[in-house]
Design a protein around this ligand. Structure first.
Ligand SMILES: C[S@@+](CC[C@H](N)C(=O)[O-])C[C@H]1O[C@@H](n2cnc3c(N)ncnc32)[C@H](O)[C@@H]1O
Length: 360
């Protein structure tokens, strides 16, 4: 039954209750970001990865944590559908899918790090509030360092799944060049997941990863050394807009073009980095061209990231273009065409990514 309550306007109680129900879900999800980070950091999910039911005491013993804290944590996880509870046996377990998503960092569907990323941005709400008032920016480098690690851990499984097997083969003649021995520049490389994965796949090619964030470049160098790729892979601190001309076969930009203050200048720099027959690959969050195309759960995630990370990052840099995560293929393509790329197309898509190929 629908009734109205006196107030600033006519309130439909059904719609009101539906909205409150939505917010209760969101409130639980917001708390759950902290619970997932705890489960990930403390190895709680990993200790249950085999799917064998455990008691609270057994999980406490395995993980060196307190059963008193584990009880509400496990109950909250079960209430949210992240863990199974068997009331008769008093045990807790992960289904294969829960294990895949929460307990296995190498699985292509590993999602626990998404909460590490999201929670890191929530620590900066005060600074972003001030940005709303002043239109100032807040650089990538100014965020809580958990953002950098969370981004690496969250994005890497998708790159493992798609980069070498799907995205590069979708580009015209790039794989053949890299197999023969090409030169690749990975712009905005962060911790270097994409650079290292490409280098592991193409052992005749050389790779340069660049990022303006020095701390990320330090980590990327460690990742390359750990992978035994020293020599063929180098990382340098550099701004995407001011890279010296070169003769690379492939320039890549993974989830960074929209973060830049001046994406047009970065696209021109990428054009200058490439030889006459080179290719720029731009990987961006999946988006439609119109706001109304993006009003769904994934669009909500991306608009959240856009507000907290990407827009302030761009506004902190010269150019202040603030493309945002949901720029969409039409705007992205026009940025690339204006930079001198004559042939621009969407070469591949995944549920979360848009892969653009741009050629001179
Ligand atoms: C969302 S992260 C993506 C990192 C990495 N490409 C990945 O996919 O894991 C965006 C990256 O762009 C970098 N970045 C932002 N502005 C930059 C600029 N002007 N020049 C170079 N890198 C920049 C940030 O430091 C950050 O590492």
């Amino acid at each position: 039954m629908s009734t109205t309550i006196a107030g600033p306007g006519a309130v439909d109680t059904d719609r009101l209750n539906a909205l409150l129900g939505l917010m209760i879900g969101d409130l639980g999800a917001t708390f759950n970001a902290g619970l997932v980070v705890l489960g990930d950091r403390l190895g709680l999910y990993r200790a249950m990865a085999d799917g064998v039911p455990v008691t609270v005491e057994e999980l406490a013993r395995r993980t060196g944590t307190s059963a008193i804290y584990l009880r509400p944590w496990l109950s909250g996880q079960a209430a949210g559908g992240y863990v199974q509870y068997d009331p008769a046996a008093g045990t807790w377990s992960l289904t294969p899918e829960q294990s895949f998503v929460l307990a296995q960092p190498e699985s292509p569907a590993f999602f626990a790090a998404s909460m590490q990323l999201a929670l890191a941005t929530l620590r900066d709400v005060d600074q972003i509030e001030e940005c709303f008032r002043t239109e100032a920016g807040f650089g990538w480098h100014e965020h809580d360092p958990e953002l950098f690690e969370g981004t690496e851990r969250f994005f890497r499984p998708g790159y493992v799944e798609s980069l070498v097997g799907t995205w590069l083969p979708a580009l015209d003649s790039v794989v053949a060049k890299l197999e023969a021995g090409g030169r690749v520049v990975d712009v905005g490389c962060g911790h270097g997941s994409s650079t290292v994965l490409m280098a592991q796949a193409f052992d005749r090619s050389t790779f340069l990863g660049v990022d303006y964030h020095e701390a990320s470049i330090t980590v990327a160098r460690r990742r390359a050394a750990a992978a035994g790729l020293d020599g063929r892979v180098t990382f340098e601190v550099a701004d995407a807009s001011s890279l010296p001309p070169g003769s690379a076969d492939l320039v890549t930009m993974f989830d960074c073009l929209h973060d830049l203050g001046d994406p047009a200048a970065a696209a021109r720099a990428a054009r200058g980095l490439l030889g006459a027959d080179g290719t720029l690959m731009v990987v961006e969050p999946m988006a439609g061209d119109r706001i109304e195309d993006n009003l769904h759960p994934l669009g909500r995630v991306f608009y959240g990231a856009s507000t907290m990370i990407c827009t302030p990052c761009s506004l902190q840099q010269e150019g202040r273009r603030a493309l945002g995560t949901q720029a969409g293929p039409a705007v992205l393509s026009s940025v690339l065409r204006d930079a001198g790329f004559g042939r621009v197309r969407v070469a591949a898509t995944s549920p979360v990514n848009l892969v653009l190929e741009a050629r001179p």
